[in-house]
Ligand binder design. Sequence first.
Ligand code: ATP
Length: 261
Amino acid sequence: MADQTPAPAIEVRDLTKSFRVNGRDVHALNGVSLAVGHAETLGIVGESGSGKSTLGRIVVGLETMSSGEILHEGTAISGVGRAERNARLAKCQMIFQDPYASLNPRMTIGRQIHETLRAHGSRQLAHNLATAAVLLERVGLPQDAAGRYPHEFSGGQRQRIAIARAISTGPSVIVADEAVSALDVSIREQILDLMAELKGTTSYLFISHDMAAVAKFCDRIAVMHKGRLVEQGTTRQIISAPQDPYTQSLLEAVPRIGRRR
Ligand SMILES: Nc1ncnc2c1ncn2[C@@H]1O[C@H](COP(=O)(O)OP(=O)(O)OP(=O)(O)O)[C@@H](O)[C@H]1O
């Protein structure tokens, strides 16, 4: 009988990435393989420079890989045509640490959501503009937010806008790169709750230095060190019984989490 297990929402196989910096190669990723299931939340942790953002940027198509393979729903994107590749990448969105930097200061919020939809091939303008208002309401902003500009909003509101824009294409995967790190604690909780509401339909790669947020938000955790994946497992396994010394040292640095061990 054929295998009925659904393919992961996203899978990377043996991913490498080198940057040429001042005449020498920086190996940001060294053979990373991982998969994120449907509606699953995978935390990516590791010290600064371990390759987390590079991995996330490659997954959403903002960066090219040096070698390896990326599969969407079991289909290698290297093997499909440009139109299908774009359609598949539209299903992978990213939320950044600094929403202000990722929003255009001279464009209304509604227009930016519309542009995102247009860039991903949606041509129904009137429908898109109506969608913008609905999306903004869904993330807890007033509908008239669509006609306003980024500087009119607080940091937490701007992150809600970034989330509205990210979910506008109906993504199956969201890469959240330090998405709540810059926010005050109470706002951070609200944004995490908002992201959690989308968990049923969306898979997350949740990149963060904040182990407490990762432990709360993620089903599984992957630990990166110097461009390699050193350990991955369920959140419970990683938090309560880390196997790799590097993971242990990361957790030791977070007393509240470390004490649970
Ligand atoms: N565009 C680039 N050009 C050159 N080197 C880069 C570039 N992007 C990343 N790197 C290098 O690749 C390595 C991995 O960087 P990356 O930003 O992926 O790590 P990170 O784990 O996300 O770090 P942080 O937690 O500080 O964001 C680092 O050595 C970094 O300097």
